[in-house]
Structures are given as structure tokens and as C-alpha cells.
Design a protein around this ligand. Sequence first.
Ligand code: NAD
Length: 509
Amino acid sequence: MQEVLKTLGIQEVNFGTSTGVEFFGNTSQNLIESYSPVDGKLIGKVSTTTKEEYEQVMELAQEAFKTWRLVPAPQRGEIVRQYGEALRKYKDELGRLVSYEMGKSLQEGWGEVQEMIDICDFAVGLSRQLYGLSMHSERPSHRMYEQWHPMGVVGIISAFNFPVAVWSWNAMIAMVCGNVCVWKGSEKTPLCGVACQNILAEVLKANDLPEGISAIVTGNYEVGEWISTDARIPLVSATGSTRMGKIVAQKVAGRLGRYLLELGGNNAMIVTPSADLDVTLVGSVFGAVGTCGQRCTSTRRLIIHESVYSDFVQKLANAYGQLRIGDPLDQNNHVGPLIDKDAVAMYNNAIAEAKKSGGKVLVEGGVLEGEGYESGCYVKPCVIEVESQLDIVKHETFAPILYVMKYSTLDEAIALQNDVPQGLSSAMMTTNLRDSEQFLSVAGSDCGIANVNIGTSGAEIGGAFGGEKETGGGRESGSDSWKAYMRRQTNTINYSTELPLAQGIKFDF
Ligand code: NAD
């Protein structure tokens, strides 16, 4: 790992926070220690951004915006293209760091960097497609159209489970739109943030551009609150728990700023009588145990038709029996650790609560001990059968716990699927056209993402990503999500010698 850190420009165990231009050397006494959930070892310490440094970051960002907004959008795209190239160069190392610091499998670590590369490619194309509409004016010799301008400094707050990709979904789009970004990543994965920043700083420097175009600040919720309460930040994009989103939304709304929220999910898969059970098995097991159940789109509930219930639950238990749990950097393993011991405690509490409320354990969970599990963060994915949706089932537990339940009619299945506070991702496994169309109709899934014959987890960058209800309503990444990062201006130009008023109003003197 030392070699990986060195290649990513993280050379010292102690280093300062990037504030946008250069590293401020360890002025802060307050260090965030980053321990790997893989082996429990200390990877490095990152200094927390002080209020004074935050002010410097904001000044640099505001200054950089004055330059960056004047760079033509396709040229901004060229900088993002170069960042994508740099990510290709560092993909291996950055993917390894993601895997080691966050605990997801190496394949998923590389996958996350690939997602960053993909969003760069998308943003490059977008930089030539920031289209506005033109309208027909009701007045003669008038032209009316709309254009999209950047907003200014975009504040990005992100979660530990996608420590690099989520930032890039926001930052690459925001940057081609002409904004500058200030990013506070999770305090649980600070080194990933520094690595992304180092790579970007290289590109900006090579192009003689100020690093303030995209800066990072580090710290816990307090630093996040500086962002959410800062009137100099017109847009705050926050990814994380619903609890955090509710606080951020109130703070940003309190100053009439804009927010874009990507919060918790409680994603279900409906398994219909006609489902291909082999496809369903892969989709549901990956959805439930991939990233150790720590994806916002992880499959948390299986709603299975009574006619295939016993058969499928048996297959599921067999598949769970074959899962290999261990070091995520070893590609033979399927499941890595949870992020930390607090997450392990939440996993244990949820299982205890489900049992107390009448849940029947079909595949036993538990914390693993012994050689290879020294970090104390490795747990067994478990499956719990529930008769109805207990309170604990309606709550997002960020761990590999899968609740299974039976249904008889499709209406009942859809009602169960929707009967949770969250509305991120959903899936139906079926080969019946009527079932899938009903699921996708207005009377079907109420989620931002609804899939047929693929699982709930894992999304492509080309689509708009996000969800409804307590998931926060925001959309990031593909489609026309870019509009959230810009301000729309309607322009009317009169090229006549008269001044006709709209709606035929007369004003003569
Ligand atoms: P978290 O809410 O604990 O922290 C997320 C970020 O918010 C961190 O950077 C944290 O420091 C910051 N934060 C916390 N309180 C804050 C406050 N009061 N003001 C400002 N910032 C604050 O979440 P986590 O444990 O890192 O991540 C897991 C959660 O994130 C899950 O609920 C998961 O579903 C969600 N998530 C959602 C998406 C999505 O796109 N919908 C993607 C990834 C993760």
C-alpha cells in the first residue's frame, strides 16, 4: 500500500489539507486517523480543515470562478477530458486505495474509478450540449430564448461508501457547466479525497489553471455545516444518510439556497411466478451482499411470490453458503468488511431487533473472528424471513441483511415494495409483460430507479441517478441532471422601433 500511496502523491503519514492551491502544512492539531477496515491498520492521518483555512478555500474558489466561468464550455470539457485520461493512468492505484480504505472488493474499487472515467467522458460530450430552448415571442420583432449560466461555488458533501465516484458525478458535471467546487468527503475515507485532488491538481497545473476550480476540505459534520450555512455557496449537493439530508436541507433552505440530496434507500426486488430464478439469484445475492450491503442501492428486501417462495429461498440459502468473506483485495473473496465497528454494532442491533419482532433467521449472521478478521469489521451476510414489514424492515440498515417475504397478488407486492419511507431503487424479476408494465406504470414502483430483470444495485452513469421520498428527490449524473448545476436565464430582445407590451397592455403618454 505504501507504493500505491506514493504514486497517488500521498507520501507522508501526516499531511495537510488541500485548500485549492497547495497543501497547507499540518497547521491543524486535529488529525483524522484513517484506519483500514480490511486489516485494522492505520493508513494515514489527514489534518482537519480549520475555519481559517475554510475561509481561504472559499476565497480561492470565488476567485477561480471568475476565471473559470469565462472559459468556453468545450474548453472546460477539454480539462475534464484530461482528468479522465489521468484517471486512466492512476486507475489501478486509486482503485486499490478505495478498496483498502473503504473495504469494497478490488473489482468494485476499480469499477468506481471506471465510473469516474465514464462520467468524465459524458461531461466532455455535455460540454458541447448545454442547450437552451428558443421560444416564439408573442410580440413582433422580438426574440425570446433561454440560456444556462453557471451558479458559482458548488458545495459537495459525500458519503464513505462511494468515496471517489459520487464526487466525480457532481464535480465533472458542475465543472463543465462552469462552476467551481468545494468538496467535503467522508471523514471515514479522507485519503481517497486527497488522492482525487492530487490527480486533478496535476491536470489544472499543467493547464495553468487555479486549483481553486475544485478544492477539498476535510473534517466531520461541522465542516459540512460550514458549507450548508454558507450563503456564498448557491448549490449544496449532499450524499449520505436521510438524517444528514434533513439537517442539510433545513440549513440550505433557511438561506434560500438550492440543494440536491442523494440519501438512503430501502430497495426491494419483486420475484414474480414467471421469473428466471437463475438470473434472479445472481441479481439478488450481488445486490444484497455486494459492497457488504453498503450501497445506497443494495437489495434489502425480497418480495417473492408464494408459488416460487420455497424453491427460491432454498437456492438463496445454498448460494449464501458458498460466499467467501475476507480481504477484499483478494479477488477470490465475494464479501469484504463493513466500514467500522459502529457499522458492526448497527448490524448486530438490527438482527436482534428483527428477531425480537418475530423475524425468522434463514441464514445466520454473526461477526467473524480469528485470522484475517482482526479488524473486527467482517460479518456474515444473513437472510431473515418476515411475515409483514416490521419497523426494522422499513429502516435502512447499512449492512448485508436481507429480509424476505411472501406475496400472493401483484397489487400486494407493489404495495409492499412502496410501503417504506425511502424511494431509491427497485426491481422486478419477470418474463411476463403485463407484470413488468404494471410495475413500471404510474401505479407501480414509486422509486427513482425501477429495473426489470436486473437487480436494484449498480447504475450506469448515463441515466439520472436518485430517488424519491426520504431519498431526497435529487438527480445526479446522466440525462439532463446538469440543469441542477446551472441557473436558467430567460432573455427577450426587441429589435423593432416600438415597445409593444406583453398581453396587449397599452401604456401611452
Ligand atoms: P452520513 O450521513 O453519516 O455522512 C455523509 C456525509 O455527510 C459525510 O461527509 C458527513 O461528514 C456529512 N455530514 C454528516 N452530518 C452532517 C451535517 N449535519 N451537516 C453537513 N454534513 C454532514 O452517511 P454515511 O454513513 O457516510 O453514508 C451512508 C449513507 O449514505 C446511507 O444512508 C446511504 O444510503 C447513503 N448514500 C446515498 C447515495 C445516493 O446516491 N442516494 C449514495 C451513497 C450513499
